[in-house]
Design a protein around this ligand. Sequence first.
Ligand code: MOS
Length: 718
Amino acid sequence: MSATPFADRARIDAFDKVRGATAYAADVPLPGMLHAILVPSRVAKGHLATLPVEDAMRVPGVVRVLTPDDFPPPPEPVRFPNADAPPTLHREIAFRGQPVALVVAETLEAAMEGAEHVVPTYEEQTFAATKRSALAVREEARPTVFGDAEAALARANATVDVEYESPTQHHNPIELISTTAVWAEGRLTIYEGTQFASGLKEVVARILRIDPGIVDVKSPTVGGAFGQKGWVQQQTAIVARAAMLTGRPVKLVTPRGQIFHLAKFRPNSTHRIRLGADADGRMIAAHYVSDQQQSRGGTFPSNYHAGPSRLYGIQNYYGGAVDYRIHTQPPGHMRAPHEHPACFAFECAVDELAYRIGADPVEFRIANDTRVDPQNGRALSSRYLNECLSRGAQRFGWERRTPEPGSMRASDGSLVGWGVASGTYPALVTATVASLRISADGTTRFATTHHEFGQGIKTAIAAVLLDGLEIDPTRLDIVLGDTTAAPQQITAGSWGTFSVVPTAALAVERMRAALSELLGGRQVSGNIHQQLAAIRRPYLTVDVSQLGPGQEAAALERLRRGQYAIAGPTFPEFTSMSYIAHFIEVRVEPTTRRIRMPRVVSVADCGRVVSPRTAASQVRGGVIWAFGASLREATEVDPRYGGFLNNDLADYVVPVNADIGEIEVDFINEPDLLANSVGVKGLGEVAMVGASAAIANAIFHATGKRLRELPIRIEHLL
Ligand code: MOS
């Protein structure tokens, strides 16, 4: 199969970004705006006894203090992203840091000072702070089973039985979580960086018992989302209520320290994996049981075992999962939420098995390819994992690797380790609508479902529109994340491009047809704007909608109501997955044991690449995040108080530019034309998947040490 590769283009939003002209939610200038600060609970579990607000009200500039009394009780049945404490103010405390009051003031300083003067008292209850606590409640999820893993393990020629651990980690986007709400003329407008503007609109309306038809949500640019901004935030409805009660715009930018306790995070998880290979070096069995920390009412799934079940052609698979329910805010999605910890564990275990049987780790993976979805025997829409592995090996220079651990040295005496790992992520899609208008005045407006948070979705849409239509690229307005422009769907799970790029292509096709019908065979010169002007037509609009392969039409209705409208990775005729192979060099300094990562080669199969520049940038971001997740990031829990201790960027250590060496990115760039008309699959999340395993495998190759718990730090190598 072949298709013309898309050209490399600059980001459509780059010029505004580098000039600081891009407006994020917290940048909206509004006259008469008030500032707000939340008062967090100081206890991990209990009941508010007293909540005096008089001292705060005496602080000059404080306008109002909102308490649980200012909110209607949450509607039943309660089905919110946070079932522990639905996003409003409550007297029942489900986790430390849960907001108990909101101070609203003329200035940010007054709001902060006011918040310090709200000192509630609590009736405290006992709580579980970690999954090893005696009060943690153990709960098993439904397993994924095919074939007979135990029987196959029993007849395997070689096996491994290993346990890996991934720590609690927190999102730290540059853009903090912020909400600005305006109540005017019977309408509520919310500006918030979110991945799901329509879902946020529906939930806020339900919490505040107002008609969703009077709520507008605008989120045109988001400064980093990655799952943390997946839905309504704990604060959204609280700030909206403050705007309704004061009659003035209210802004809350939540401080980073509070976000550690309020927002979604990556839960601690443990992964016990048993693998078996036959005499020919084919993996015949995998038995994989994970457990994770979960909140009491949390709904973050525990299906870590789903991704690895589709990575190779393993015929006998048991995937089990356990939740330990404790008293934190609910854990949630954080970039490759299951696939990153799962593939870290699984791809390290695969490396251990390759070493056990004396196979080359790249050859071993290539020999375990599959042409079908092992879960159900369906065809795969496309799969180029072996091409990723062989091309990556070639670009990396893998043939110069000597397999014995500790056998390679740099000229400065550093131990050199070369590691490989693969990754996969489901190709998912949502129902999408779009409206394309080209005007005689030279402007074009494309309003559609989905959100831009820097991943480059606008640039990908622009590539399709500009390749297909002769329009002025400098006056192209792509409107995203705005419930007044189009119904919005959650943009997550790497389904943005898969969903909206084929919809843009459909809009192009319809526009060309509409234009040629309008011209009726007349020869009119110039671009489309000039043609419309010549025939005295002010504008031409086409409206389109699109479903995923085999997706039922009801998904469009759900989209319009702010509900999930997602399909995949199993479609009626096939399963669709994206793939990646990472090759990573680490160097371990001989005396200090400092670990460095000078060189990475990552090759991805995400179908056809529409925006080469932003796609490569996604892969670099994923590798850098994997570096942080492997070698830096862990959130420490204080079991006495149930809080997260290192809740700032001084103590929660993330990678910096100086940590990162060269990251070479390549794409197979083969269109997946079963998936959709353009041939795209998802990329954002798969970029990170497996990179942590490649790092840990490289550290083993450098040092001979199998370190099975992240993050790996200097002290583990001394
Ligand atoms: Mo995805 S967890 O929304 O980056």
